[in-house]
Design a protein around this ligand. Structure first.
Ligand code: 13P
Length: 247
C-alpha cells in the first residue's frame, strides 16, 4: 500500500497556488511507487488544481462537502459537484468543522455515504480533545466517533481514516510515538470489528497534528500509520517534499 502524504490547506492560498503541484514535482521528481501525494486546497481552486495536477501523479481533494445532492443549501457543495471539479478525495469531519460548522458524527456519516456514492474517496477525521486525553478517554472517544461517522452502507474498500488529536493541531504538540501507535492499533481494531480483517487491514489510517519534517520519520514508520494529513507544513512545498522524502 502506498503511503499517502496529504496536505490540508484549510482556508489558505489563492489561485496562484495552483502552480504548487508543479513546484512539488520539481522538488520531488520521483513519481514514487511508495507514495501518493494529495493536495486539498480551498474549494475555489479545486478545478484548476485538478487540471494542473494531471500528469504529475498528484491527487486533489476537497475539505468538505454536503450530504445532499442538491437543494437550498447556501454556500455548500455536493459530492457530485466536487467530483465535477476533477477532485478525487474529500476530507470529512475535520475537528475544525466539528467545532465550528456543526459537523456531528451522524452528519459526517451521511456525508461519507454521499462521497462514496459520487465515486470519491472520503478521509474521515477523528480525534480526542486535550481534556478527553487527560481524562484517559482517548480510545473511547475515537471509537465512538468512528462508530458514528462511518455509515451503515459504507464501502470499507474506499475509505481513509485520519486520526488527528484536536490538541495536536497547529500547536506543535504531538502525542508520544507509543500513544500514536496505541490509537492507530485501536482504530484498526474498530475497523476490523466493523468490516472484517480482510477489508480493515487495507484501510489507510493517517496521522495528523503538527506533522513536520522533524518528526515525520518516526511517525510514518509506525506499522498502522499509512500516511499523514498535514496542515501548516503542507502549505510550503519544500517542507511537504521533505516529509515525502522521509517515507
Ligand atoms: P497542522 O499540521 O497544522 O497541525 O494541522 C493538521 C491538520 O489539521 C490537518 O488536517
Amino acid at each position: 500500500m502506498k503511503t499517502l502524504i496529504a496536505a490540508n490547506w484549510k482556508m489558505h492560498g489563492n489561485l496562484s497556488w495552483v502552480q504548487k503541484s508543479a513546484e512539488f514535482r520539481a522538488l520531488f521528481p520521483a513519481k514514487s511507487k511508495n507514495i501518493s501525494i494529495l493536495l486539498c486546497p480551498p474549494a475555489h481552486m479545486l478545478e484548476a488544481m485538478a487540471r494542473a495536477s494531471e500528469g504529475l501523479d498528484i491527487s486533489v481533494g476537497a475539505q468538505n462537502c454536503h450530504d445532499q445532492a442538491t437543494g437550498t443549501y447556501t454556500g455548500e457543495l455536493s459530492a457530485a459537484m466536487v467530483a465535477e471539479t476533477g477532485a478525487t478525495y474529500v476530507i470529512l469531519g475535520h475537528s475544525e468543522r466539528r467545532a465550528s460548522f456543526g459537523d456531528t458524527d451522524s452528519w459526517v456519516a451521511t456525508k461519507t455515504s454521499a462521497v462514496q456514492k459520487a465515486g470519491l474517496k472520503p478521509i474521515v477525521c477523528v480525534g480526542e480533545s486535550r481534556t478527553e486525553r487527560e481524562a484517559g478517554h482517548a480510545e473511547e472517544v475515537v471509537g465512538s466517533q468512528l462508530a458514528g461517522s462511518i455509515p451503515a452502507d459504507a464501502d470499507g474498500r474506499n475509505l481513509v481514516i485520519a486520526y488527528e488529536p484536536v490538541w495536536a493541531i497547529g500547536t506543535g504538540l504531538t502525542p508520544t510515538i507509543e500513544d500514536i501507535a496505541t490509537i492507530h492499533d485501536h482504530i484498526r481494531g474498530c475497523l476490523t470489528t466493523r468490516f472484517g480483517a480482510k477489508v480493515a487491514d487495507k484501510i489507510q489510517i493517517l496521522y495528523g497534528g503538527s506533522v513536520k519534517p522533524e518528526n515525520a520519520k518516526e511517525i510514518l514508520a509506525l506499522k498502522d500509520v499509512a500516511g499523514a494529513l498535514i496542515g501548516g507544513a503542507g502549505l510550503d512545498m519544500k517542507s511537504l517534499a521533505a516529509i515525502a522524502a522521509l517515507v
